[in-house]
Write a protein that binds this ligand. Structure first.
Ligand code: FES
Ligand code: FES
Length: 150
């Protein structure tokens, strides 16, 4: 089937397969920032924004984005660069596999919350799994990102 939607601020028209997930369709179209960490909506490495809300793209049939707006980390390069630098500086960026999904969750969080506490940051990002770094260094990096951003 053919779908028409907005991808990272630009109109897109894709041919997609019945039953194909948004994650698979994005990667098939070379949006490879979106990672498959579990394929069961459990790890958030595949997080994208759908009409501004974070969703696990592995659990979204791509046909459902017809007429909607999808944002991936390719659509927020400045945020990704700044957060990436801070994550690296805090020792929170090791293999980096979780980072694109984490960045998109942080984008959603900052859209929803003005001045989150560390507890609120940790609660909001509790679904974003990281196999490498532990979460304290991530929280430090995100706190610094929020301080510079405000
Ligand atoms: S790959 Fe989608 S939540 Fe893990
Ligand atoms: S840095 Fe490796 S999974 Fe998070």
């Amino acid at each position: 089937m053919t779908i028409h939607f907005e991808l990272n601020g630009r109109k897109a028209t894709w041919e997609v397969e019945p039953g194909e997930t948004l994650l698979d369709a994005l990667r098939r179209h070379e949006i490879t920032s979106v990672k498959n960490g579990c394929d069961t909506a459990s790890c958030s490495t595949c997080t994208v924004l759908l009409d501004g809300k974070p969703v696990p793209s592995c659990a979204v049939p791509v046909c459902r984005v017809d007429g909607h707006a999808v944002m991936t980390v390719e659509g927020v390069p400045e945020t990704a660069r700044r957060l990436g630098e801070l994550l690296a500086a805090e020792g929170a960026d090791q293999c980096g596999f979780c980072s694109p999904g984490l960045v998109m969750s942080v984008v959603a969080m900052t859209d929803e919350m003005d001045d989150p506490s560390d507890a609120e940051i940790n609660a909001y990002l509790s679904g974003n799994m990281c196999r490498c770094s532990g979460y304290v260094s991530q929280t430090r990096a995100i706190r610094k990102y929020l301080e510079v951003k405000s």
